[in-house]
Structure formats: structure tokens, C-alpha cells
Design a protein around this ligand. Structure first.
Ligand code: SF4
Length: 394
């Protein structure tokens, strides 16, 4: 069976590093220009060059999102930008406009993916983009597993599907709520998540008697239960959404889905519940399985709550570890004392360690009280740089 790609988002260099180290095969990154997440990114062309060096050293890939819907006066700039991205050694670009596909195929040899913003939902459309030169199509999120199978069986294009992350209330990228309500363009990286605001409902100018707040947002997608099937279908790439999320979120998702895919490849699948438990540590809103099981009803909506549970499980990131003294230098995230914690380390099973002492500037303290402090902790098992210390989930 061909290896399936695990593709994660990266809003900055640190998130990219953690995504790749914790199991992603590739990251997609929006640059400072011409991407929908321009605000979530600080990637200049020089940063793309460094990101590609880091990824290629690990035998992994970087895709640049160039998924703005361009206006007339942007075309020349986009052409030059694509040439610069090719020189930076990116492995491909993700586009949502035929003109960017055309410019990429005319002036570069870049691998091109058609973005989910193009809402590609049938084989004819996939094959059309493939004939126009796109190597890959990211399908719209609104397809059932049967429809995905039909498309995959009838195309030579690589197929990428979303398996995890936020969903739009409208077809992805075809929403102007934010534009109207906050003057922030969702198709220019500025979405204010207006669908998640609290609304009051009026009928014939009368405020309706609804006690709870009202929102029009969808739950987030977690299609973990369908990954076995997507693997069997030979889907080329599984995509996770969330460039604005934390390092802990990115690392937890990369770690959990990597474990699931490796276990599938080695015939060691442990059952859906095991991998769902691994994912639980990441901060998320309520989940549903997207459109994989067909068209959904109103149970997928979060009418009366944002659904985002506060999550304080991420305690610290390991900066270094001294084997002689058993002392780890860490950067803190949440409050902890001398207690048993869990270590998430790339390529290893989760394991527990005891924090025996906490030191600040060489003086013992009772607790880690502030985020982003550099502390030393004495522990009873080995850790290594970039390990994540958190409250146990297993
Ligand atoms: S307002 Fe909501 S539905 Fe519209 S683009 Fe933003 S997240 Fe998507």
C-alpha cells in the first residue's frame, strides 16, 4: 500500500518544527503575501528557504498556500512570487484561482494542488483541473466517504482530503459574513469568525424569547473514525486544519495521527477509542465527523455555546536535559507542582515521569506559577529537547 501523507498546518517556524518532528510528513504554510492566512503567518521568502531546509533534512515537504482570489493588479506580483517560491525550494503550492494555476504552470515547475476553496465535489471537476496541469486536488469538505471513493477510483489526480479542524458554516471560503459584519475579508486571511459570535434573534421586530445565546457556527471536524477507510481507498494526503492553533495542538495532532497511520501500516491498529483518547489533550471545540457520513442535520451546529473547553494540560516544553543530574530545563505553559506528569516525545509511546523538585534561578520553589518561565525540574526519567510535558491523558 502506498504511504499516505499526513499534512499539518504551520503558522510559524516553531509550529512547523513541532509538526514535522511529531509525525507530519509535510506542512502547509501561508506566506506574507497572497494567502488566506496572511495574518497567521510571518513567512517571508527567506523563511520559506529555511523551512524547506529544515523539512528536507528530515525527508519531509513544505507546501506554500497561494490561495488568495486575485484582483487584476496583483497578477504580475503573483507571477514573481511563484518564481521566488520555486527558488526557495518549496515542494508545491496550493491555489484557489485558475489564473494562479496558469501562472505556476507557465512560469515554474511547481507541483500544484487545487485548494478546498474551489469546492471540488465531483470527478469531472477533478479531472478538469488535472488536465489543466494540477497534480493534486484538495476535495471540498462536503463529500461523503462513498463520493470520495467514486472520485478516487476515476481519476489519476492525487487526492487530498481534510480529516480534522474547523468547519465553515458555508462552503469553505465562500462566506462573506465576516466581510459584512466586521469589514474583514475572509478571502484575504481576515475572517473574524463572525459565525461564532453570539446573536439575538428577532421575528417581526420582536426579540424572540430564547434564553441562551445563539450562534451559527458548526462544530469542528474529527474524522478519525474514517481514516482506516481513507487509507484503504489509497487517498494521497490527509489534511489537518488550524494554522492559528498552538504548538501543543499541532504536536498532539501530529503525534496522534502519526501513531494511528503507523499502526495501520504495521497491522497494529488499537481501535478508534485509543487514538481519540490521544487527541483529547489538544484544545478543541465540540466534534463531529464532518460530511463523511452524508448530509448532516442541525446536530452539527453549536447553537448555544462556543464549545471551546479551557485546556490546561500543556505544562511545559523541554529545552534541554542533563543526564548526570536528571535535571531538565523547561519553558512553562501552565501551573504545576511536584506531581506525576506525562511526556509526549516524537516516535515514543506516552510515558509518565515524577517531578521531584522545581527550581527557579537555582532556588527551589513549590510550584511553576507563570507561563513562559524558564525553570529547571528534577525528574526520575530521561526526557529530551522538544519533548512536551503535560497532564496525563492515558
Ligand atoms: S465567518 Fe465562519 S463560516 Fe464564514 S468564513 Fe469565517 S469561519 Fe467560515
Amino acid at each position: 500500500m502506498k504511504k499516505i501523507e499526513l499534512l499539518l498546518p504551520a503558522g510559524n517556524f516553531e509550529k512547523m518544527k513541532f509538526a514535522l518532528l511529531y509525525g507530519a510528513d509535510a506542512c502547509y504554510i501561508g506566506g506574507r503575501k497572497y494567502s488566506l492566512r496572511a495574518q497567521a503567518s510571518n513567512f517571508s521568502i527567506e523563511d520559506f528557504t529555511k523551512a524547506c531546509e529544515f523539512a528536507h533534512n528530515l525527508n519531509k515537504k513544505i507546501y506554500a498556500t497561494v490561495n488568495v482570489i486575485p484582483r487584476e493588479n496583483e497578477i504580475d506580483g503573483i507571477k514573481d512570487y511563484l518564481i521566488d517560491l520555486e527558488k526557495a525550494n518549496v515542494d508545491g503550492i496550493i491555489v484557489s484561482s485558475p489564473v494562479i494555476l496558469y501562472l505556476a504552470k507557465t512560469y515554474t515547475n511547481l507541483h500544484v494542488s487545487i485548494s478546498t476553496q474551489m469546492s471540488t465535489l465531483n470527478t469531472n471537476a477533478v479531472n478538469f483541473f488535472h488536465e489543466m496541469g494540477a497534480e493534486r486536488v484538495v476535495l471540498g469538505r462536503e463529500l461523503s466517504i462513498e463520493e470520495i471513493e467514486e472520485i478516487k477510483n476515476n481519476t489519476k489526480a492525487e487526492i487530498e482530503v481534510f480529516i480534522h479542524g474547523g468547519m465553515c458554516s458555508g462552503y469553505s471560503g465562500r462566506c462573506t459574513l465576516s466581510n459584512y459584519l466586521s469589514n474583514r475579508d475572509a478571502n484575504r486571511g481576515g475572517c473574524a469568525h463572525s459565525c461564532r459570535w453570539d446573536y439575538k434573534i428577532y421575528e417581526n421586530n420582536e426579540l424572540m424569547d430564547i434564553k441562551e445565546k445563539f450562534q451559527i457556527a458548526s462544530k469542528d471536524m474529527c474524522a478519525l473514525k474514517y481514516v482506516k477507510e481513507l487509507y484503504r481507498l489509497g487517498i494521497d494526503s490527509l489534511k489537518i486544519e488550524g494554522r492559528m492553533k498552538s504548538v501543543h495542538y499541532v504536536a498532539t495532532l501530529a503525534y496522534s495521527y502519526r501513531k494511528l497511520l503507523d499502526d495501520l501500516e504495521n497491522n497494529e491498529y488499537k481501535g478508534d477509542e485509543y487514538y481519540l483518547k490521544l487527541l483529547e489533550a489538544s484544545e478543541n471545540r465540540d466534534y463531529y465527523t464532518g460530511f463523511y457520513n452524508g448530509v448532516n442535520d442541525n446536530k452539527i451546529n453549536l447553537y448555544s455555546k462556543n464549545g471551546l473547553e479551557a485546556n490546561q494540560s500543556f505544562l511545559a516544553r523541554v529545552i534541554s536535559y542533563d543526564k548526570e543530574t536528571n535535571i531538565a530545563k523547561i519553558e512553562t505553559r501552565n501551573y504545576f507542582v511536584n506531581e506525576m506528569v506525562e511526556v509526549m516525545s516524537p516516535g515514543l509511546d506516552l510515558y509518565k515521569v515524577n517531578i521531584l523538585n522545581i527550581y527557579k534561578d537555582n532556588v527551589e520553589v513549590e510550584a511553576a506559577r507563570h507561563a513562559l518561565e524558564i525553570l529547571d525540574i528534577k525528574i526520575d526519567k530521561e526526557v529530551k529537547e522538544n519533548d512536551i510535558i503535560r497532564r496525563p491523558v492515558l
